[in-house]
Design a protein around this ligand. Structure first.
Ligand code: IMP
Ligand code: MG
Length: 180
């Protein structure tokens, strides 16, 4: 089966919006050092673009969790595949995610990270699909775009590990009907 990608948000619009959100973060934190936690792999491109626009002292760490299998359907399983390198005590943590869909990944992650004694934890996401939320508890502090319930790729997001490098956000459209 083949698929093609329909542009949903252009590269120009993504970059413009990331700049706006970075300005908001700069205003909110002032000179407070921020510890960015990138959720791999999807959050990588967004974190780089966001971090370039931040003006306070910034440190990076990376974490990998699995929530989905190879396709487009949530398995509901959240597992830490790669943990952080640094302790979080006293740090102002900003989690950088590609997309919040059901919210399972983030609600689990925030609980785990909150137990490590950070000064505070905020959440920043490139995309939010609120229609799909099952965990009502997830509070998103910074959202670049709210999108409808469609499977998107590009700007770090993948379909079966492909399309992460696309500089825009697009919807996956299947050329033949998908079998259930
Ligand atoms: P959640 O736990 O359902 O919120 O799932 C979040 C994770 O699922 C994201 O970090 C993505 O890795 C993946 N995901 C959810 N929706 C999409 C999508 O539309 N495209 C690509 N990945 C997605
Ligand atoms: Mg992700």
């Amino acid at each position: 089966m083949s698929e093609h990608i329909r542009v949903l948000i252009t590269e120009e619009d993504v970059n413009r919006r990331i700049s706006e959100v970075a300005e908001e973060i700069n205003r909110d934190y002032g000179n407070t050092p921020v510890h960015l936690i990138c959720i791999l792999k999807g959050g990588a491109m967004f974190m780089c673009e966001l971090a370039k626009r931040l003006t306070m002292p910034v440190s990076f760490d990376f974490m990998s969790v699995s929530s989905y299998g190879g396709g487009t359907v949530s398995s509901g399983v959240v597992r830490i595949m790669k943990d952080l390198d640094e302790p979080l005590e006293g740090k102002h943590v900003l989690i950088v995610e590609d997309i919040i869909d059901t919210g399972r990944t983030l609600s689990y992650l925030i609980e785990v990270l909150a137990g490590r004694g950070p000064a505070d934890i905020r959440l920043c996401t490139l995309l939010d699909k609120p229609e799909r939320r099952v965990k009502k508890m997830v509070k998103v502090d910074y959202t670049c775009f709210t999108i409808p319930d469609e499977f998107v790729v590009g700007y770090g997001l993948d379909y079966d590990q492909r399309y992460r490098n696309y500089p825009y956000i697009g919807v996956v459209e299947f050329d033949e009907p998908q079998e259930e």
